[in-house]
Design a binder for this molecule. Sequence first.
Ligand SMILES: Cc1ncc(COP(=O)(O)O)c(C=O)c1O
Length: 310
Amino acid sequence: MVEAFTGEGKIWLNGTLVEWKDAKVHVLVHGLHYGSGVFEGIRCYATDKGAFIFRLKEHLDRMYRSAAAYQMEIPYTRDEMSDAIKATIRINKLDACYIRPIAFFGYHHLGLNPTGCPVDCAVAVWPWGAYLGEEAAEGGIRCTISPWRRIDPSTLPVTVKAVGHYLNSILASLDAKARGFGEAILLDTRGYVAEGPGENIFIVNGGIIYTPEAKSSILPGITRASVMELARDLGYTIVEKRITKEELCTADEAFFTGTAAEMAPIREIDGVLIGGGGKGAVTSALQKKFFAVLNAREQKYMKWLEPVYK
Ligand SMILES: Cc1ncc(COP(=O)(O)O)c(C=O)c1O
């Protein structure tokens, strides 16, 4: 069972830091009825050198891109949102935490056209450990191919992070959990491998790393881009291409990337063990490098870490 919020601390709501219990909106906000909101999931890490937010700029860039896809004007600049995020972490005296900025069409009228609704913004932060369980990073995750196909780019702008898009992820997660699996893997509408409900997917075959193309039915993750850069740095070849279910299930290694999931090996898909069910050599090497970066132990990648308490 996932732990409930403690209800302690402060949340940034429309420019003001308010008590957690007071961070409320009206039941008739547009975003609640139609999913017309955009958000980010970001992590802050506690390291020997202090608390750092991982790739804050890239996350905010994506949030503004997501808003633009829905003709939503966020009434704060990126710098103001960045300051709001740091202020929220500081006032809650946190170091390692998950950060959830959200912007949504607010209270004015209902009806599908949101024009005229204000855009409400909030930032909440809370301690959040391993999303796929403490064991996942080492032992790997038992996955299932979802009966739900990933939303198609011809139906929604799937490359942006909008609230309503997550109904597709929720259905896949509920189904996977009901059938006793740790996570789902969604295929796209043509039957190629897309991603997890909240993670990008990679496979390794013959030492080469493959991942679905950024313009396919995936959210092009910031962790995905980071791991790709680190892999190239380590001398691996990465190929973005369509991946079939067969290629996935017969891969030497497979792993997920994502802000919440971080980097976790896939050990099994519908009862088929991947690479014998252990963590493969390429996954291990990449994970080691990635965690070193997150822990501020890679000078070259300090550019990805934004200090919270300067
Ligand atoms: C559907 C989906 N795919 C992939 C990802 C991974 O993206 P990121 O690495 O930017 O967190 C996420 C998480 O935001 C997601 O929700």
